[in-house]
Design a protein around this ligand. Structure first.
Ligand SMILES: C[S@@+](CC[C@H](N)C(=O)[O-])C[C@H]1O[C@@H](n2cnc3c(N)ncnc32)[C@H](O)[C@@H]1O
Length: 279
């Protein structure tokens, strides 16, 4: 973790702090609250979307623990939440020996990382301050190498992250997965405008996206097919790319209107081949 003073840039809105506001957390500043309040006006379901995303993180993590995964690399972690368990708490509830490395590029997450580092006695957690656009730096970080054994499977989770990341995100995901052992997993949730009824839909996700864009925070929604592309070369698990609250949640009834309120695709894939032979 970085030494020295942290510049939180409290004068401008940050996605991590707006997300904390939507979830009912307390780590946000006036600029974040103003942006988040406007987001609530433009897309009133944003709190439903944020909470459902958090639920999917827990649901997917429990699923991965059930698959035998004991190592997790969570990129774009966000500020630790008190309203719902963080990823290591979910993983270690199922497997106390689970090891979790968290990564985020926002200094506010670094400032709160201590809450992420309270591991079970049997397991371990670490925090790496890094940018998702540099997978090589993430995989070579000393904290990561002290925590994860990269000869064994790792579940890489990118929940509500990729729509914020600039550049060739497909190459980035490929570079993250390529060196990992067979049996590793990729779990994603991703914002979409697939449920918008046209570009000017007054209730559409694009209105929320525009609130970020107006504040110079680039957001790139993707279609179901574009999200599926992240899993090229991996075995995409059933049911494939699905709205996150429906992903392996067959027992629970949801009104169709919920899909549009959530507007996040989710999927999990498994790496079946060795490092360096595809990805
Ligand atoms: C909406 S939050 C999602 C938090 C958490 N993954 C979840 O699903 O509950 C997105 C997070 O991604 C982080 N983020 C955005 N761009 C990033 C980048 N290029 N590298 C690393 N983290 C990034 C933000 O700082 C923020 O904490």
């Amino acid at each position: 973790m970085a030494d020295g003073p942290i510049d939180l840039r409290t004068d401008v809105a940050h996605p991590a702090r707006m997300y904390a506001y939507f979830l009912g957390g307390k780590d946000h500043y006036a600029a974040d609250r103003a942006a988040a309040e406007q987001a609530l006006q433009e897309f009133p379901a944003v709190r439903v979307a944020a909470r459902t995303n958090r639920d999917f993180m827990a649901h997917a993590t429990r699923f991965l623990v059930g698959q035998g995964v004991r190592q997790f690399l969570d990129i774009g972690t966000g500020i630790p939440t008190e309203q719902s368990p963080n990823l290591h708490q979910v993983a270690q509830a199922g497997a106390p020996e689970a090891r979790v490395v968290y990564v985020d590029n926002d200094p506010i997450v670094l400032a709160h990382a201590r809450a992420l580092l309270v591991s079970s006695r049997e397991g371990r957690t670490a925090y790496v301050q890094a940018d998702a656009t540099d997978p090589a730096a993430i995989l070579a970080a000393p904290e990561l190498l002290r925590t994860l054994d990269l000869t064994q499977p790792v579940a890489v989770s990118l929940f509500a992250l990729l729509h914020f990341v600039p550049g060739d995100v497909y190459e980035m995901v490929k570079a993250l997965m390529e060196p990992l052992a067979p049996g590793s997993y990729l779990a994603i949730s991703h914002v979409t405008t697939d449920f918008d009824e046209g570009p000017q839909d007054p209730d559409g996700m694009m209105r929320l996206v525009q609130v970020y864009i107006d504040r110079s925070i680039a957001v790139h929604p993707r279609s179901r097919a574009e999200v599926a592309r992240f899993f090229d070369g991996l075995e995409l698990l059933e049911p494939g790319v699905e709205v996150i609250h429906r992903w392996r949640n067959d027992g629970i009834e949801h009104p169709p209107s919920r899909d549009k309120q959530v507007s996040l695709w989710g999927a999990i894939g498994r790496k079946t081949h060795a490092a360096g032979t595809g990805r």
